[in-house]
Design a protein around this ligand. Structure first.
Ligand SMILES: C[S@@+](CC[C@H](N)C(=O)[O-])C[C@H]1O[C@@H](n2cnc3c(N)ncnc32)[C@H](O)[C@@H]1O
Length: 390
């Protein structure tokens, strides 16, 4: 493969890339000239190597097969194993979906089709979700969210207010048992997972254990849930049973704030939303889908904040607090991921509010200049949406 300016000549490969690897068929034929971005050519190179490796494995197996008559694999494994390939796939998917949506907004159908073809060429949303599954396995959001909920005693449900509340508050602000030693009544915690690509939270909610009996000699066969959780997992494209196909930005917000979610997990999703306006809408929706006191687990790639010309970690934090109205309950970062636990303040009971927004949050502004800041990530808030009108 030789790169000549923006064009690339693809020499006929000595093997045929299995179609399941997602390389477009046109790339399997004799030297063709296709305009191609350098990232796509890297992706194809990696895929070709994977195919070669697969073919070699196939040959080895063929030798063995003579002896053992074991069947030769017909297709390469479908699980994505290379983190580099996963990273490139997600980067390209984000780039092309952004281009497609921008072209659609401008009414440029040709450009939108070109972007759509490029998305198909890398394997579409299916390949993107497989790549995301691999990335997720290195920063398990579910474990993190379950850990924080467990720490707050919320995995055992949300305490219900009692009319005869005679309990003393403990040091951490929680209420202990009442005078009569009765446990406070609880209801299940309502959790929404946005952009779910695995069943980890759904499975946690359906996990059971045998019911404990007061009498050790009595064996009870009844199973009871381990946690008091009601989980709803949604994604634009459902990849597993139980994950509902829905667009979070289209979910209606319940008028009664007490029936809203107690917790929302929105991990590595905001960076997939293609326009700054929709990202702002996502932040405002996360706030309004929560009941007062509810928690939002938000994560995004760190470089969206540290390498962006249009936002920074400080600016984004101010947008979450002074703009949307969240309180940052905790915030931490790994080399690649920024984690936030955000709380809708308990006192914020209003369904519709009258917040006046600073123009720093309603307009795109250049915050950082220089070569380092090549990322375009930013969010734009809409005052109406922040105030609960969608
Ligand atoms: C990078 S994956 C993140 C997966 C997982 N939550 C994690 O922690 O890695 C992003 C997922 O969000 C989904 N997504 C993007 N926009 C969405 C929306 N508006 N509503 C629901 N899901 C959305 C995509 O389809 C994709 O599966």
């Amino acid at each position: 493969m030789y790169a000549i300016g923006a064009r690339t000549i693809i020499r006929k490969p000595r093997f045929r890339v299995p179609p399941k690897l997602g390389v477009p068929d046109s790339l399997n034929c004799t030297a063709s000239r296709v305009p191609m971005s350098p990232l796509i050519s890297i992706l194809i190179k990696i895929r070709c190597c994977a195919a070669k490796q697969w073919k070699m494995t196939g040959k080895k197996n063929k030798k063995k097969a003579k002896r053992s008559k074991a069947p030769i694999p017909l297709a390469p494994p479908q699980v994505m194993k290379s983190r580099r390939l996963a990273r490139i796939t997600t980067t390209l998917f984000h780039k092309h979906t952004r281009e497609r949506d921008l072209a659609l907004k401008k009414g440029d159908r040709e450009a939108a089709e070109r972007a759509e073809d490029a998305i198909e060429a890398i394997g579409g949303r299916e390949a993107y979700q497989k790549a995301s599954q691999l990335n997720t396995s290195h920063h398990s959001t579910s474990k993190w969210a379950m850990g924080v909920l467990g720490e707050k005693g919320l995995l055992m449900g949300v305490p219900l207010p009692r009319a005869d509340d005679d309990r003393q508050e403990t040091n951490d602000g929680r209420k202990g048992k009442g005078k009569k030693g009765r446990k406070s009544p609880r209801r299940n915690l309502k959790l929404l997972e946005v952009g779910a690509i695995n069943r980890e939270l759904l499975d946690a909610a359906s996990k059971t254990r045998p019911r404990k009996s007061g009498n050790k000699d009595v064996c009870v066969s009844e199973e009871v849930p381990v946690y008091r959780l009601d989980v709803r997992s949604i994604d634009l494209r459902s990849s597993q049973p139980g994950i509902e196909e829905a667009d979070f930005l289209q979910l209606p917000i319940l008028r009664d704030s007490s029936s809203r979610y107690d917790a929302i997990v929105c991990s590595m999703v905001i960076n997939c939303v293609t326009t700054p306006e929709d990202r702002g809408r996502m932040l405002a929706s996360l706030f309004h889908h929560l009941r007062p006191g509810g928690l939002c687990f938000l994560t995004l790639p760190r470089l969206c904040l540290t390498q962006s010309a249009r936002t920074s970690p400080e600016h984004f934090r101010l947008m979450l607090t002074e703009g949307v109205g969240f309180e940052v309950e905790r915030c931490r970062e790994s080399p690649k991921v920024q984690f936030y636990v955000l709380e809708r303040p308990v006192a914020d009971l209003d369904v519709q509010r009258n917040r006046v927004l600073d123009s720093r949050f309603t307009k795109i502004t250049i915050i950082n200049r220089g070569k380092k800041y090549r990322n375009e990530f930013c969010c734009v808030l809409d005052e109406k949406q922040v105030n609960g009108v969608f």
